[in-house]
Design a protein around this ligand. Structure first.
Ligand SMILES: Nc1nc2c(c(=O)[nH]1)N[C@H]1C(S)=C(S)[C@@H](COP(=O)(O)O)O[C@H]1N2
Ligand SMILES: [Mo]
Length: 426
């Protein structure tokens, strides 16, 4: 038999000749699988929690109506104040950091993805479908997630809807895949000693000793990198992304390195020198409407209460250090001063409101209004902020007044507030 004949014969079985890396095998796949098995549930859980934090009960989560997929909703806590910052930092940060590991895992099982015939039994066909959901789902979530954090406000909301439904496809594939493969993963991890792998250089790197799933090349090429080298490249890639991402939340000098976050580095003047999500110009705020004739209107009581900025400043002022934590993963913690929302509720004649609907001077767009839960209004640190870091708010940060509530997703901290409608508890 000539070489070509041998290759032709092989290409019809489960291991096409073209996948020749000696690194592929159940052990390597299982090491990468174990990392993902432990970390992906954190990304999944924080993603679902973020959906709930958006307040689906007010119809302000995206997508709004999810039918059968309606999760049990609960009032998102307003303590600790960094709750959403942590949630979203984990979701976006870990989601990005895991990309090299996901790609390495896919590389490690490529011969299986192109297996032919795709299935030999019904059970195997189901397994293949779950694999399609898993692989298609995670790639789709990575792409929509990255587009979200880069272009959020250019493309509008459709990405959130896509990301939500893609998540359920991925979750289903993930659960089925884990149930099918965990026993094999455990068995495969025992086939090689990790200490041994860490000691082996490129020259001594050969195929894995056992082949449970047809991953091992039957016609291996000489190794061009050791297993420890390959794991170091993947781990290093994850670490690099971590460094490029962490600055968006840690702040200080690390913010210079937050290259993956386009919005995270814009600044304002002096004490207002922290990230601006959308500038007043971008939001179409006419500076004339934020001048001396600006008023905030409080509704829900016997009659509307109208206050100007001087009247607000004459009320008891409260100061709190609170984060703005954007769904995109970036966050910044600043010192805010203003009037407690619960004092405003009392002044409006609704001392124990069930909810509050805040509306901005901003005419259009999806960020010009937000609904707040009772616990969010009642939190003593929840403010209609007039100042930040001891100075008046800059126009870009919401002058004359903005909402800032502990543990609230950034998007609901409405800037350029015009009205607050308190709904009385019945
Ligand atoms: N009226 C209005 N309020 C808004 C926004 C907006 O575009 N318009 N952006 C929201 C989003 S998505 C975030 S993350 C925070 C950011 O606040 P900052 O720009 O002061 O950092 O403001 C929120 N409040
Ligand atoms: Mo945001």
């Amino acid at each position: 038999m000539t070489d070509d004949d041998a290759r032709d014969a092989q290409s019809t079985d489960a291991r096409p000749f073209r996948w020749r890396s000696p690194l592929r095998g159940p052990w390597l796949t299982s090491v990468l699988g174990l990392v993902l098995l432990v970390t992906l549930p954190i990304v999944i859980l924080t993603g679902l929690l973020s959906y709930i934090a958006y307040g689906p009960q007010f119809g302000q989560a995206i997508p709004g109506d999810v039918g059968w997929f309606k999760l049990p909703t609960f009032d998102w806590p307003s303590r600790p104040s960094w709750l959403y910052q942590l949630n979203q930092g984990l979701h976006v940060g870990l989601g990005l950091i895991l990309i090299p590991i996901v790609l390495a895992k896919l590389w490690s099982v490529i011969p299986r993805l192109f297996m032919w015939p795709p299935a030999r039994s019904v059970a195997q066909a189901l397994e293949r479908v779950s694999l399609l959901m898993l692989v298609g789902g995670i790639l789709f979530e990575i792409v929509t997630g990255v587009l979200n954090i880069q272009y959020d406000y250019i493309f509008g909301f459709s990405f959130y809807t896509a990301h939500y439904w893609g998540a359920w496809v991925f979750i289903a594939g993930f659960v089925i895949h884990a149930m099918l493969k965990v026993p094999r993963m455990i068995a495969a991890l025992k086939t090689m000693s990790s200490r041994e792998v860490m000691r082996t250089n490129t020259r001594d790197t050969t195929v894995e000793p056992t082949d449970i799933d047809g991953l091992v090349s039957s016609d291996p090429a000489p190794a061009t990198i050791s297993r420890r080298g390959a794991l170091a490249v993947v781990g290093g890639g994850a670490l690099l992304i971590a460094v490029l991402t962490a600055g968006q939340t840690l702040g200080g000098v690390t913010r210079q390195f937050a290259l993956l976050l386009p919005r995270g580095r814009e600044r304002g003047p002096g004490p207002n020198d922290f990230q601006v999500n959308r500038t007043a110009v971008a939001a179409g705020i006419d500076p004339a409407t934020t001048g001396p004739q600006w008023r905030v209107t409080l509704r829900g009581g016997p009659s509307p209460v109208v206050l100007d900025r001087a009247a607000l400043l004459a009320m008891p002022q409260h100061t709190a250090r609170l984060p703005i934590a954007c769904v995109e993963g970036w966050s910044t913690t600043e010192t805010w001063t203003g009037v407690r929302l619960r004092d405003l509720a009392g002044m409006a004649g609704v001392p124990t409101p069930r909810s509050a609907r805040v509306a901005s001077l901003e005419r259009s767009g999806a960020f010009n209004r937000a609904a707040l839960q009772a616990n969010q209004i009642g939190n003593p640190d929840a403010l209609l902020a007039l100042q930040v870091n001891g100075a008046d708010l800059s126009l870009d940060h919401g002058f004359p007044a903005r909402v800032i509530v502990p543990a609230l997703p950034g998007v609901h901290n409405t800037k350029w507030v015009a009205t607050i409608d308190f709904e009385a508890a019945t």
